[in-house]
Design a protein around this ligand. Structure first.
Ligand code: GUN
Ligand code: ZN
Length: 384
């Protein structure tokens, strides 16, 4: 276990308080400049300064405690300087609860041939108009400082899930050097916390290497993320790394698993001590008419729902489920009506937020394992 290191330069604006452990699962509270977050927590993704199809009031209604924004997208459009002129992302989008921004690394690295990695940073072409840009650790932090998020992420390289050790070793070392440059570049240390991102693919020893190198600079980090998971590696590999790496992260700081939002994976992550997760999945599949239910996923366009008068998920008490039938929502999708997408998005986010609220309660009551088993048993039935 890690010993807290002395914080010489500044007081971190993000603080984590562990409330209860049940096995390795944790219930806690994260304090941020825009209020507290009860964990474990799912964070809806608002890439372009909006959680697609959801108003601020609806996000509040479903009890979203924190949302994500993205450096890459907001830098390209509308531009971080414009957002800064409006007083930052919170004011621009009228969201006054916590915001976390990803560094842009993941998006830039997803561009494939459109980017080139150098020690200094990454050269890339915009997916919007092909224009040339350069993202360095300093630039990523400068953009995130302009956006004014509560939690910023270091610029990292997220290698494909099945990268070789030979590829990963120099990549990890560069990610560490970039992380250190991010700490130094932060001109808003008392208001914006910075999270490190542990990489290392599916290799235990490389995960250790990445964490240990980053931990040398622990004073500069408000939390730790596990990156480079759910990026094409088999699920067993992801679970093995989660189980191995999560408990080794510092107890006194939040732990964030990046890019995971499938109910089964989320509970696995919580079991091993993850506190925060995000994923575009619930909103994306919702817009395409797939919803989560207690008994697994349901594809609402299927003909069997055309006369189904039940709600999307019979156990759910969200606005969509309290007011509308499967038959009606199916009709909306078939007719290409925008309300269908809004209701499915609303329900999916509600479902994951509730899953985490219930997990938190189960941890506090010391019955997380039973809770997880019960949820998984039903979810695997797939008999909506
Ligand atoms: N989102 C999902 N995985 C990752 C990752 O490894 N790095 C970053 N920056 N964002 C992510
Ligand atoms: Zn619902």
């Amino acid at each position: 276990m890690c010993i807290e290191k002395e914080n010489k330069d500044f007081k971190n604006p993000i603080e984590y308080k562990l409330e209860k452990k049940d096995g390795n699962a944790r219930a806690g509270v994260i304090q941020t400049p825009h209020g507290e977050i009860k964990t474990p927590v799912f964070m809806p993704v608002g890439t372009q300064a909006t959680v697609k199809a959801m108003t601020r009031e609806e996000l509040e209604e479903i009890n979203s405690q924190i949302i994500l924004g993205n450096t890459y997208h907001l830098y390209l459009r509308p531009g971080d300087d414009l957002v800064n002129d409006f007083g930052g992302l919170h004011k621009f989008m009228r969201w006054d609860k916590p915001i976390l921004t990803d560094s842009g690394g993941f998006q830039v690295f997803s561009l494939g041939d459109l980017r080139k990695i150098k020690e200094e940073g990454v050269h890339f072409r915009s997916h919007l108009d092909g224009s040339k840009h350069f993202l360095s650790p300093e630039k990523s932090i400068s953009i995130q400082n302009n956006l004014g998020s509560d939690i910023m992420m270091v610029l990292d390289e997220c290698p494909p899930g099945l990268s070789t050790r030979e590829y990963l070793i120099p990549s990890i070392e560069r990610t560490t050097r970039w992380a250190k440059r991010c700490i130094e570049a932060n001109r808003n240390k008392d208001k914006q916390g910075l999270f490190a991102i542990v990489q290392g693919g599916i290799y235990e020893d490389l995960r250790d290497k990445s964490f240990e190198e980053l931990y040398e600079h622990d004073y500069g980090f408000a939390g730790y993320a596990l990156g480079g998971l759910a990026v094409g590696e088999p699920r067993e590999d992801m679970y093995r790394i989660l189980k191995y790496s999560t408990p080794k992260l510092p107890e006194n700081k939040p732990r964030y698993l990046m890019g995971v939002g499938e109910p089964v994976d989320m509970l696995e992550a919580v079991e091993h001590g993850i506190d925060m997760m995000d994923c575009v999945q619930p909103t994306r599949i919702g817009r395409h008419g797939t919803v989560f239910t207690k008994y697994g996923r349901l594809v609402i366009k299927n003909a069997i729902y055309s006369r189904d008068d039940r709600p999307l998920d019979e156990g759910c008490d969200c606005y969509a489920c309290k007011n509308y039938t499967r038959a009606y929502i199916r009709h909306l999708f078939k007719a290409g009506e925008i309300l269908g997408q809004r209701l499915a998005t609303y329900h999916n986010l509600y479902f994951l937020l509730k899953l985490m609220d219930n997990a938190r309660e189960a941890i506090i009551d010391g019955r997380f394992k039973e809770y997880k088993e019960e949820v998984l048993k039903n979810y695997a039935m797939g008999k909506e």
